[in-house]
Design a protein around this ligand. Structure first.
Ligand code: LR7
Ligand code: MN
Length: 568
């Protein structure tokens, strides 16, 4: 009996050892050729315009333990950097004793410097990714990295990780765009590394125009964008190029792992997340919808995503150009990821996250650089442009969620609207219904709001007369007669709705029982004004004393400005 047990233990032990060897061998073996993609746990962060970030991490998934990434190309390292004197490059910018290591970059520079330019990181993919095959003849890509005053050690590690962990034949070039950093040598010296090119802006442009410049200089047919503080992981590139090669309208991104801003530990992100946002156009990682999750029996398959985080993605160059690159009137940082995401979906493409591709990124809690126009104003300008061009009538929810955006300058959007027309893009309603039905529309539970004009609010007197009166501010004190439900196209108070009395300019407005089909009750926002949809006329308070009426739309008139202010 005891013998049998001892034998069983011995057999199990041998099987376990063999299994482990097989597992490790699987991971180390170079892969070549064929298709789809992968899924795997992933990291996420969401940030506000101030750059705050909440990170969701998931280490519980099955990944390959112990093994650190060593690619088959890593041995050629010497050749990879050519005559570039790495030591001298890094030494020249050493942190001085007593300096705050977080000051210049909002991450621990001492720790980044200490790590050196090549380090092994854990292969964080799902173990099944290691056996996915990709085409042997994938096309090469131009890597585009824009930066403004990036730390030398993080920038160099980004570049070297690309050279070490990508099949050399897939890297056509690495284009650095130095967005007017203080020291031009940060970039210039790096161009001694084979394949690395350096373009310097002669003034600060921001990441959006810088990327457009990089894309313009790229010689490969596929573009790969990276932030300047990344580390790419094992076989990160093949899954993305494969998907884009199969269908050039796909825009794909990896799972973005977290590199700790304190100790630079490389942490696996959850593989069950996709990009989402709220109505203030605040990016967030969110769980993929439960039905999709249940039907995912292959963790290596792509995840459809309503938006991408923005910094790390692969896109066909002619598709990038065809779709209008980026909105180059956006400044410095922020909002371009929404604009690109809406545009890609609405104009015939798709966005996906490929779980078998993993790239680490140093997520920060603040911006380490200045915004010439201020952080908040820049974010508002950029997101306003995205909302005004792409969100149709749904932009009202953006303004509701971000009332401070009203009236802020955002420049002309004429050429972006022309682009949208020229490309015959679908409506934002289509996007909501087909791409992001999980984004709840406030009108479904009717947003309660006051309609403010200066210090006055639109209110009802009895059932059929309306006027302006001083706004009642606090919740309990709020007059029911000033509380409107914005349930587009209706403007309701309980069962009554705002209606015009006739379709001609100068006609008064009144309250009457609501009916979705009644054309006299249909309104929509027109900038800060409220437009009656059928007559095309706008609600006007007609100062000084006249009762509200509809007049020719002139949203610049103070008497036509109705600022919604959410009541919670
Ligand atoms: O004026 C500037 N010029 C630049 O060249 C400002 C920034 N930059 C560079 C900068 O050096 C960096 O390489 O642009 C890149 C992005 O700037 P970050 O790292 O400060 O941005 P982020 O990582 O905080 O922000 C995310 O959202 C941005 C919105 O505009 C961009 O799309 C970033 O690329 C994007 N980063 C990612 O998606 C990585 C994953 C993070 C998340 C979520
Ligand atoms: Mn970044």
């Amino acid at each position: 009996m005891r013998r049998i047990r001892a034998n069983a233990i011995a057999i199990l032990t041998v099987a376990w050892i063999l299994g482990t060897f097989y597992y490790l061998w699987q991971d180390n073996k170079p892969h070549s050729s064929s298709p789809s993609t992968a899924s795997q746990p992933r990291v996420g962060g969401s940030r506000s315009h101030a750059g705050r970030l909440d990170i969701h991490r998931d280490d519980s998934h099955r990944t390959i333990p112990l093994i650190m990434t060593q690619s088959p190309w890593a041995e050629q390292q010497g050749q990879l950097i050519g005559g570039f004197d790495e030591k001298a490059y890094l030494l020249e910018k050493q942190l001085k004793a007593g300096d705050d290591p977080y000051r210049d970059h909002a991450f621990n520079l001492a720790e980044s410097d200490r790590l050196g330019s090549e380090r092994a990181i854990r292969d964080t993919r799902h173990y099944r990714c290691a056996s996915v095959n990709y085409d042997a003849n994938l096309p090469p890509t131009s890597i585009i990295i824009t930066f403004h005053n990036e730390a030398r050690s993080t920038l160099l590690r980004t570049i070297k990780s690309v050279l070490m962990r990508s099949p050399p034949s897939l890297i056509q070039e690495i284009i650095l765009i130095d967005d007017f950093s203080t020291d031009p040598e940060d970039c210039q010296l790096l161009s001694q590394i084979p394949k690395v090119r350096c373009l310097r802006n002669d003034r600060r442009e921001g990441l959006i125009r810088s990327r457009v410049r990089g894309a313009g200089a790229a010689s490969a047919a596929i573009l790969t964008f990276l932030d300047s503080h990344c580390e790419v992981n094992t076989d990160w590139l093949q899954p993305m190029i494969q998907r884009v090669k199969e269908d050039h309208t796909r825009v794909v991104s990896p799972i973005i792992d977290v590199i700790s801003l304190d100790n630079f530990a490389y942490l696996a992100a959850s593989a069950d997340l996709r990009g989402g946002f709220d109505w203030s156009l605040h990016f967030k990682w969110e769980q993929i919808p439960i039905e999709q999750k249940m039907s995912r029996n292959d963790p290596t398959l792509p995840i459809r995503t309503p938006v991408i985080a923005g910094g790390i993605f692969v896109m066909d160059k002619s598709w990038f150009n065809h779709l209008g690159q980026y909105d180059t009137h956006m400044d410095i940082w922020g909002g371009e990821n929404f604009e690109l995401s809406f545009r890609v979906w609405m104009c015939g493409g798709s966005l996906e996250i490929l779980p078998c591709s993993r790239v680490g990124h140093v997520f920060r809690k603040r911006h380490p650089y200045d915004f010439p126009e201020g952080n908040a104003l820049t974010y508002i300008k950029n997101t306003r442009r995205a909302a005004e061009v792409w969100m149709d009538e749904f932009k009202q929810y953006y303004y509701l969620a971000r009332p401070s955006a009203q009236g802020k300058a955002f420049g002309s959007i004429a050429d972006r609207l022309t682009l949208r027309r020229k490309l015959s893009c679908k409506s934002f309603r289509w996007y909501m219904e087909n791409v992001y039905p999980e984004l709840r529309v406030p009108e479904q539970d009717a947003v309660s709001s006051v309609l403010r004009q200066g210090g006055l609010c639109l209110e009802t007197h009895g059932s059929d007369s309306l006027g302006l009166a001083e706004c009642r501010s606090s919740g309990a004190m709020r007059l029911q007669s000033q509380k409107w439900e914005l349930a587009e196209p209706l403007l309701r108070q309980q069962d009554l709705c705002l209606a015009i009395t006739a379709f001609t300019a100068g006609s008064k407005v009144k309250m009457e029982p609501c009916s979705n089909k009644e054309p006299r009750q249909k309104w929509k926002p027109k900038g800060p004004a409220l437009q009656h949809m059928v007559s095309g006329l706008c609600l006007d308070s007609q100062p000084p004393a006249g009762p509200p009426a509809i007049t020719q739309c002139r949203p610049q008139l103070a008497s036509q400005v109705w600022e919604p202010q959410l009541i919670t």
